[in-house]
Design a protein around this ligand. Structure first.
Ligand code: NAD
Length: 345
């Protein structure tokens, strides 16, 4: 029995064999066929979802249609405006409700902030009535907890549709350039459907295994990122306090064994890396509150597995303190370096 099955033995419907599930009708209305029309749905046009939906639209046939929904109406109207100014392409419709999205689409992609949003959105899809004769594929790209993802997937599968977890790495830059890495948790049959779709929005699709494993992979990666970011901020902080030049210290680290993404690409010290958020007042990038959320999700996942995370608690407190500090809230997660300065540490 897999470790995930052992950790979540009672999520109904998740572990039934592929054979016992209703099989996919071969009506690929979302295949690469240039003839058949496919209907796409996209929910959550935020920092990540907006450019992902833009890339999806750019790569699907102009005969397809895409139905979008976001509680932030300015995001959906901006998308329609942009689509109409970029010439011909798949038609875009703003849905009046979430139920309109799921009813109108063969494939629905969701990119939402937190577990509670994913739960609420899929509850609406289900309450809208999902016609069993038209099996749909739901792809959730949000970073959420394993249990919520398994439960939502299970209730979708119980209705004869498919659901995969496909969280991403690569940030807004990757979402814009369609270079994201997708970490996919999917049955083999859903993998075949999901992979070519994800490749329209990213460069790599890594099939981690059965449902839920994409989320586990994402949380493990972001745990490491959270730690590397704090460690880089601390190392830079004490080196600078002892008289080292910030750029020289970063150069040393980046050709030595301490090198990591926060030291090399997203250095938390302003003006060390020109393109890093720290050099533009920590604007843009990956929000400190999203990192605080991901770290909490990683701690919960590790707890379930009985895996000890020695570094997690002090880092969690640091991110949560920075998240509510007036000079740090809403900023890139590398702002923990500034928080150390502001609090005299
Ligand atoms: P965001 O807050 O910018 O966007 C989320 C969007 O969802 C918003 O437009 C919001 O209005 C919409 N939304 C919220 N509730 C909704 C609902 N009930 N119905 C419809 N729309 C709703 O967040 P983001 O930065 O795009 O991140 C989305 C997910 O991707 C998060 O889980 C995040 O952890 C993950 N992620 C983000 C990054 C990043 O760099 N921002 C990188 C990797 C993964």
């Amino acid at each position: 029995m897999s470790a995930l099955r052992q950790a979540f033995p009672r999520v109904p419907g998740v572990w039934q064999s592929a054979r016992s599930r209703q099989s996919w009708a071969p009506v690929r209305r979302f295949s690469s066929s240039p003839v058949a029309q496919a209907n796409w749905g996209f929910v959550g046009l935020g920092q990540m979802g907006y450019p992902m939906a833009r890339n999806l639209r750019a790569k699907i046939p102009a005969t397809d249609s895409i139905t979008i929904y976001d509680i932030n109406e300015s995001a959906t109207s901006q998308f329609v405006e942009e689509a109409s100014s970029t010439g011909p392409g798949a038609g875009v419709t703003i849905a009046k409700s979430l139920q309109d999205v799921s009813r109108a689409s063969d494939t629905v992609i969701t990119m939402l902030p937190q577990p509670k949003h994913v739960q609420a959105v899929y509850k609406e899809f289900i309450e809208g009535g999902l016609d069993k004769t038209n099996p749909r594929l739901f792809i959730d790209c949000s970073t959420i907890d394993v249990k919520t993802s398994l439960e939502v997937g299970s209730s979708i599968r119980a209705l004869g549709h498919d659901f995969v977890d496909a969280p991403v790495s690569g940030g807004v830059v990757g979402a814009t350039a369609a270079t994201l890495t997708f970490m996919l948790g999917a049955s083999d049959s859903a993998l075949v459907k999901a992979q070519p779709i994800l490749e329209k929005m990213g460069r790599r699709v890594i099939h981690m295994g059965e449902p839920g494993t994409g989320i586990v992979g994402k949380l493990a990666n972001n745990y490491l990122l959270a730690m590397n970011n704090v460690a880089t901020a601390e190392a830079m902080n004490f080196g600078i306090k002892l008289g080292l030049d910030a750029k020289k210290l970063a150069s040393l680290i980046n050709c030595s064994t301490g090198k990591c993404w926060p030291s090399e690409v997203n250095n938390p010290v302003p003006d060390v890396i020109e393109s890093a958020p720290s050099s533009r007042g920590y604007q843009g990038g990956f929000g400190v509150s999203l990192m605080a959320k991901d770290l909490k999700l990683a701690i919960a996942a590790a707890d379930l597995a009985g895996a000890k995370l020695i570094l997690a608690e002090p880092a969690r407190k640091l991110y949560e303190d920075a998240e509510v500090h007036d000079d740090c809230k809403g900023k890139d997660f590398s702002v923990v370096y500034k928080y150390l300065q502001l609090t005299g540490k």
